[in-house]
Design a protein around this ligand. Sequence first.
Ligand SMILES: [Zn+2]
Length: 75
Amino acid sequence: MSDELMNEEIIEPSKPKKPEDYYGTFSTDFIYEYKDQPDIRDGKCDNCGNSHFQISIGNKKLLRECRQCGMKKNI
Ligand SMILES: [Zn+2]
């Protein structure tokens, strides 16, 4: 009798992610909040790693927009 073995899935222990693994995973239509989404790398864009931002002030908050990919975050 030859039972077919279920394909075993190898479950890897969750590897620590690098900041680069998050690049391109953020929406640029959405405004993130720093308290919900702190910088993965301090002072760098979570979405592309760029460190040049355009800052605008509104609603007593600083809106930081990445000059490269356009990701926005209230800081
Ligand atoms: Zn960016």
